[in-house]
Design a protein around this ligand. Sequence first.
Ligand code: GDP
Ligand code: IMO
Ligand code: MG
Length: 429
Amino acid sequence: MALDIIIGAQWGDEGKGRITDLLAAQANIVARYSGGDNAGHTVTVAGEIFKLHLIPSGIIHPGVICLIGNGTVINPAVLLREMEALAARGVDVGPHRLKISRNAHLITPAHVALDKAREAHRGSDPIGTTLRGIGPAYTDKASRVGLRAELFDDPEGLADRMEIHIQGANETLTKIYGAEPLDSAAIAAEFTAYAQRLHPYLVDGSVLIDQALRHGRDVLAEGAQGTFLDLDHGTYPYVTSSWPTAGGALIGLGVGPNKVRRVIGVAKAFTSRVGSGPFPCELSGDEAVRLRGTGANPWDEYGTTTGRPRRVGWLDVVLLRHAVRINGLTELAITKLDILSGLKKVPVCVAYERHGEQLEHYPTDLRVLAECQPVYEILDGWQEDVTGARTLTDLPVNARHYVEFIAAQTETAMTYISVGPGRDQVIQV
Ligand code: GDP
Ligand code: IMO
Ligand code: MG
């Protein structure tokens, strides 16, 4: 019937996996459209925790077809490990359920080695990438020398292309970065084996989605990363190398804009970021520990992919207004409201101040951003545990006010309020 898009409205880790799992119950297809295994999406069902990197979060719903779309970059070794881990837990990941777009690009060991070498080369100013080879894989795609998943259908062609690719990368690795060369023949053989296992999963993703839509079925696009990690609209150069925003969903799946129904922005009730780059509302010390947690709970703010402690700060609605505009968000889903329970006061950044002037829009120039100070409005907190709330009226009045304040500040309806990681811990407004 229609395409709904789930987008991270901040710097990633907003709880997209959790919201995708919730909405997947109504979907025929759940599709990832950007990024690769830099993503880490957590789904919690009946106390069981699933951490997904490449496979769409719809996979936990037995009837749902999961597509890894053309806009993604796929490390086949990681994909196969993820498939095996899910299969071991009783999740069906056969080719009738899991599909790979033929024109998705592959991440190779050379991309991973180049990612590491480039980060090391940046010295004291790294991007803070996940070191998964994401940037170099998209670089090859844009340079028109990338290897696409369709080569799984042609193992000999894949082996030939791989040898050339690795030998080329070795030039850069050894001569520019002083790194060790990779064994091109061994990697070519490794990928031939992957091809044998993965070729049954190849599809034309655009056609698959079109057929579902024509049959009146719903398709859910699962964003990875977040709006501020977008290659164009994020805090460049401290971004990822793809387009996590709504436009990226259309390109990354091969769907036209006339098929889009809802664009759901997922935002945490505060802000987090992993990796380097500006973060105007960043907190340190005890306040940061209060939001991040100590790692004792599975939902504490430590990277799902790299385990790095996430940088945290109060909610920033200047960011959210930018996300609403860039993505055309039809609504917002807020997560982790429960984490704010017990605070006396909850600051929310409502504007930036620079040289005595208030900025209306999020500045795209990092030099301007560096001079911005957050302007906070201080809301009253609430002491009650909200993890059992299932309707708006179950929420303490100040928690309700907090949510309504965000909706008013962003001029965007709040349709989901998540109060815990579990599938049912949500208020659907
Ligand atoms: P994603 O990358 O956007 O899918 O988000 P991550 O899975 O990386 O990080 C979100 C974390 O918050 C995960 O551990 C989720 O289980 C957890 N989470 C999601 N929603 C809620 C919520 O409402 N409350 C709490 N306490 N945890 C949540
Ligand atoms: P999900 O889908 C949070 C960040 C990295 C780094 C920058 C570039 O779980 O929200 P990359 O490896 O992509 O070249 O790194 O982007 N980053 C993420 N941060 N959540 C993610 O994914 C991220 N994917 C990439 O930390 O700052
Ligand atoms: Mg994540």
